[in-house]
Design a protein around this ligand. Structure first.
Ligand code: ACO
Length: 428
């Protein structure tokens, strides 16, 4: 017999179906709640207990520290797969065959030129603009240069839109950086791998060849894989909810980029570095900042610590910590900021405030350190996160449209004034 959950409201019992996912997670299906109870809703600000959809893309178990894309563990993918293979896996559900892999990359490369008029938009930004503001605007601008909407019923149409954004987004990322640095806007090299091309587009100086460093290439590939999806987080939910109004793919992605910007989400990697810089400038006293983080009167939080769902450890943080050691070791970087980071990490892991609240270093605690070692400016960190998250957003948008989900429209519990009469201005 199908399992149900019973809700008792003022002595009246209502039954709702219990749904079980493939990993035995259980959800109460309350779709009919408002209708059968004559207007009762659930209230869950921050959605800590609310599933917004069913999904077969990413599974994570925050208590056990598990993260899997389409069933494959993040540890195995980070070690054995390339970012483009992971992108294909997330979006289309299976790892690509050799042939599919080559075709996918060729199709992306064929789309890796943006309309030259986009340069004019890039030129119009002040150099002081935050890169996240630039990249979200440029992604939105792509809708103007590619006005035809995606026919989601056509796999071919959908595929074309997907390779288009995967081809053009790295160019926009590189141009965002180059604009800030006053470097000429350039295109990549079709002979290079996806990640090598990103690095060359970003860092090539006009008067010299760009020499690839395999350690940097591998680390960036890994970082992008680790960030590629994370189920229904703030930016992904934004992409899905924007797309649920049938807004196009690029417009939905631009909304997701804006959501990612905040320091409680993707902006945390920038915030971590800024925090470490501030601690250094203040004499490097980590204990002082530990005390500030624990002081409830002080708004300061230890950036890069804690996670909404990982209450044990962030599996991505383990992988990236190792990558950070490799990159810094290989590039021979001796960075005082890193010593401060290590000090904070050690103290927090031994401090009962952090231990009791299960606050562990998250992926962003270490990603900023690697980006810094690669020579990526601090305010570009979140843009790099967006580059990694792109396939996840695309996969989630595609799934949402193929599942024919209804428009996202939460309810509220109104707690404002009840009806009152208008008071003319001379009587207020
Ligand atoms: N420093 C100090 N105290 C913290 C921190 C922190 N970084 N994070 C949480 N706490 C404390 C809270 O003050 C609260 O304490 P209390 O129970 O005494 O009131 C308790 O831990 C629980 O915190 P919540 O804010 O309720 O946890 P929530 O799950 O809502 O927040 C979040 C998670 C936003 C990530 C939070 O831990 C945080 O602000 N961390 C710093 C920012 C950060 O690193 N964000 C990146 C997230 S990962 C990503 O987006 C890729």
């Amino acid at each position: 017999m199908a399992k149900t959950a019973t809700i008792d409201i003022d002595g009246q019992k209502y039954e709702f179906p219990l749904l079980t996912g493939t990993e035995n997670e259980v959800a109460i299906d309350i779709k009919s709640l408002r209708g059968v109870t004559n207007g009762v809703i659930t209230l869950d600000s921050g959605y800590k207990n609310t599933g917004s959809c069913t999904s077969s893309i990413t599974f994570l178990d925050g208590e056990k520290g598990i993260l899997r894309y389409r069933g494959y563990s993040i540890e195995e993918l980070a070690e054995k797969a390339s970012f483009l293979e992971v992108a294909y896996l997330l979006i289309f559900g299976e790892l690509p065959t050799q042939e599919q892999s080559v075709k996918f990359h060729n199709d992306i490369k064929a789309q890796s030129v943006v309309d030259d008029d986009v340069r004019k938009i890039v030129d119009a930004f002040p150099k002081s603009a935050h890169p996240m503001g630039i990249i979200s605007s440029l992604t939105s601008a792509l809708t103007a240069f590619n006005p035809s909407s995606v026919n989601v019923k056509s796999e071919e149409d959908m595929y074309k839109a997907i390779v288009k954004i995967l081809g053009k987004f790295p160019v926009l990322v590189a141009w965002t950086l180059r604009k800030k640095q006053g470097l000429p806007l350039d295109y990549g090299d079709k002979n290079l791998g996806y990640v090598e091309n990103v690095l060359k587009m970003m860092f090539k100086q006009p008067n010299e060849d760009y020499v690839q460093n395999q350690v940097v290439v591998d680390a960036l590939d890994k970082l992008l894989i680790l960030h590629a999806d994370h189920e229904q987080n703030c930016s992904t939910s934004t992409v899905r909810i924007t797309g649920s109004s049938h807004a196009g793919l690029f417009a939905s992605l631009s909304a997701g980029i804006s959501a990612l910007w905040g320091p409680l989400h993707g902006g945390a990697n920038q915030a971590v570095l800024e925090m470490l810089e501030a601690i250094k400038a203040d004499g490097g006293d980590t204990k002082k900042y530990m005390a500030k983080a624990k002081d409830k009167e002080d708004p300061f939080r230890l950036m890069g610590f804690g996670h909404r769902v990982y209450k044990n450890f962030d599996p991505r943080a383990r992988i990236i910590k190792k990558a950070a050691d490799e990159v810094l070791g290989d590039l021979g970087i001796d960075d005082p900021i890193l010593d401060i980071a290590k000090g904070l990490e050690k103290e927090a892991l031994e401090d009962s405030y952090f231990v009791d609240r299960k606050l562990y270093p998250n992926v962003d605690f270490y990603s900023g350190i690697i980006y810094r070692a690669m020579g990526i400016p601090t305010d570009m960190f979140t843009v790099m996160f967006a580059l990694g998250r792109l396939p996840g957003w695309i996969a989630q948008w595609r799934e949402m449209r193929l599942n024919v989900e209804p428009i996202g429209r939460p309810r509220q519990l109104y707690i404002g004034e009840t009806e009152r009469a208008f008071v003319p201005v001379d009587q207020r």
